[in-house]
Design a protein around this ligand. Structure first.
Ligand code: FEO
Ligand code: CA
Ligand code: CA
Ligand code: CA
Length: 646
């Protein structure tokens, strides 16, 4: 999320004992010394060996057998500040699926108008704004497939011809149409990818698309509104950030900072406060002015109908998306599916807000052969857990199950529906660890599960939780990546954990200069993707207001780096255009094309991309003086047709 990051939610005031109270200072010192882009082994975090030793020897013994040959075969590139996408020698970048390009609906292919005068109805047939999570679904292997992607949010200054002036119902509707998900067909001919128009699979899902609710919150009294007395039918999905792909072929889109779309009362109640609802329109979407359901003073339960993981079957254009409430309500960054050896699905989810939690959902049933038809209720039955990171590199998954432990009616949870709707409050009571903004989660070939903790400037601040073993830096401006390995399988209830990297620590710069540390530095990790060869791709999201300043000055624009999970080496692969963040990554099964998203190019330090600003920061990707910057997908290939990253 980029929009007005200064308002990044910070509503966890629970007093559950944070593990900072038992954190060992000497361990924190060592972690600081380990620094950026350096692999931290369990041994290192236990204080057994020095940072430099780890960096030079790698830690194959702790993560399983070494890969055959080097994983990272490209020549890394320097940080940069150009208004372009830079990649290593021998690679080519192709821009596609820009905001406003036709998505390929049958009979409707309105072209983008450079002055942004497209109507709301036209936007409903075009790619939305500010691309985020993305996945590839093969049709003809690595030559054609579906790309399914999120559109997280909009900059209204950029979206409408005359920006925010003359605010109207039509503008609200266009903004809602630029949110959600795009499904498009793509094909490669002679090494060039293009969107197929029209395509029978093409679809836009927006903030107004009818959806159904399933799982324990479906029909709950807290889900019922004047417009939907069943509590089972919701219009739309919003702030779709990260995403996941299920083994049965569906797409999981995640509703992140949904609360900012609502106008709240002067005096929010405790539930509203815990979810960050406030009076007015702090982020400026202004939807409630023309769409009453976003006015929580009139429709207080509407906020409970967002914050879910939504399942979509991209192979079926008439599928009604399903809000899967068994996986809990949160400012969901992403949802990453792992499988146990017994065939159960485990969904890992981070909640991107300061001092919020990491979750996992374990399905009750095993995945069955037969695609979505055979697994259409798989994500409705199972157990949701919140993570607690303990000292000594151990951790515990705490179940959010009504009637177990503290999650009783006496403590405010009438039933399991209320537990999942109020999963933050439940996690507060259970004592989950309050993290530094958990973003994407990925699983590597050795079974380690990685989570980016993008940053948390409030960590250790006045009236905020202090540092702890899992979140060891006060005023954590750079972020870190934590990882864990479950005891037994992905459904295990205990785990071991360590830090893969503490990003951007200045100490690392000195160690690098001395040759003690291999690798490139970065700050504010966000997107993660493990490719078919086992490379851990790391995408960064330094906020535009902080970029280029102070300790972030050396980092340049947001970037994508490739990490070797065995050696811990991190190498810069791509630098994005001015003011963008890099979001979402996927690829073809043959590993020869990688797709990533470039979000909010040209965003100004005020966290807007307003073209009315006389100092335009970026025209990426068109470069013409009269154009607006446009979020887009880029396809990355090697000139020689080889595997990306090898
Ligand atoms: Fe939408 Fe947490 O980035
Ligand atoms: Ca982010
Ligand atoms: Ca951002
Ligand atoms: Ca993100």
């Amino acid at each position: 999320m980029a929009k007005d990051h200064s308002l990044m939610e910070d509503s966890n005031r629970s007093s559950n004992p944070s593990i900072h109270e038992v954190s060992k200072p000497e361990r924190r010192v060592l972690l600081r010394g380990m620094a950026a882009s350096t692999f931290l082994s369990p041994l290192a975090t236990m204080g057994a060996i020095s940072a430099a030793t780890v960096a030079m020897t790698g830690c194959a013994t702790t993560v399983g057998s070494a890969a055959k040959g080097p994983l990272l075969g490209f020549k890394g590139i320097p940080a940069g500040t150009d208004d372009t996408v830079r990649v290593p020698e021998g690679y080519v970048v192709q821009v596609m699926a820009r905001w406003g390009d036709p998505v390929g609906l049958s009979g409707e292919n309105p072209l983008f108008k450079p002055d942004a005068s497209n109507t709301a109805a036209e936007q409903e047939a075009q790619f939305g704004m500010h691309h985020d999570g993305i996945h590839y679904y093969p049709i003809n292997g690595s030559n054609s497939g579906l790309l399914v992607m999120n559109h997280e949010y909009v900059d209204d200054g950029l979206l409408h011809r005359d920006g925010l002036s003359n605010w109207s119902a039509e503008k609200v509707r266009k903004a809602q149409a630029a949110h959600g998900v795009s499904i498009c067909e793509v094909e490669m001919k002679n090494g060039q990818w293009s969107v197929v128009t029209p395509s029978p699979w093409a679809r836009r899902i927006t903030a107004r698309t009818p959806m159904v609710v399933s799982g324990p919150a479906a029909g709950h009294t807290l889900m019922r509104t004047a417009a939907d007395r069943t509590g089972r039918r919701v219009l739309g999905t919003i702030n779709n950030c990260g995403s996941g792909k299920t083994p049965w072929g569906t797409y999981l889109t995640c509703e992140e900072n949904f609360i900012f779309y609502f106008n709240g009362p002067e005096q929010p109640d405790s539930h509203q406060r815990r979810w960050g609802l406030r009076k007015g329109d702090p982020v400026g979407y202004r939807w409630h002015q023309h769409d009453e359901r976003f006015d929580a003073t009139k429709h207080p339960n509407e906020i409970n109908r967002f914050g879910w993981v939504v399942e979509i079957d991209p192979q079926n254009p008439s599928h009604t998306p399903v809000k899967r409430t068994a996986m809990g309500r949160a400012a969901h960054e992403g949802a990453t599916v792992a499988m146990t050896k017994s065939g159960r699905a485990v969904v890992y989810m981070g909640e991107d807000a300061r001092f919020e939690y990491i979750y996992k959902f374990v399905s009750r049933d095993a995945v069955k052969p037969g695609g979505y038809a055979a697994n259409s209720e798989l994500l409705d039955h199972g157990t949701l857990y919140v993570a607690r990171f303990d000292e000594n590199g151990r951790g515990t998954w705490l179940p959010l199950v009504h009637g177990q432990g503290v999650l009783t009616a006496a403590n405010g949870f009438a039933d399991q529906g209320e537990v999942v709707i109020k999963s933050r409050q439940a996690s507060d009571l259970l004592g989950g660890t309050k993290m530094d903004r958990p973003e994407w989660i990925e699983v590597d070939k050795q079974g380690w599960v990685y989570c980016t903790l993008t940053n948390n400037s409030n960590r250790g601040g006045k009236d905020h939780p202090s540092t702890d073993v899992a979140n060891p830096r006060a005023n954590n401006s750079m972020g870190h990546i934590i990882r864990w390995k479950e005891d037994g399988d992905h459904d295990g209830l205990k785990f071991q954990w360590n830090h893969f990297v503490l990003a951007g620590d200045p100490i690392n710069e000195r160690e690098q200069a001395k040759g003690n540390v291999k690798g490139d530095t970065f700050a504010c990790p966000d997107g993660l993707w493990v490719d078919g060869r086992g490379v851990l791709w790391i995408q960064t999201d330094m906020s535009t207001s902080a970029m280029g300043k102070g300790e972030l000055a050396v980092m340049g624009n947001n970037a994508m780096l490739a990490a070797d999970p065995i050696t811990g080496e991190v190498r810069r692969f791509l630098v994005g255009p001015v003011g963008c963040e890099i979001t979402g990554a996927t690829g073809t099964p043959d590993g020869r094309t990688m797709f990533i998203n470039i979000q909010h190019p040209g965003e100004s330090p005020s966290e807007r991309s307003d073209p009315a600003n006389p100092t335009r920061y970026s025209n990426w990707p068109e470069k013409g003086a009269a154009t607006r910057p446009r979020s887009a997908t880029v396809a990355i290939r090697r000139r020689d047709g080889g595997m990306v990253g090898a």
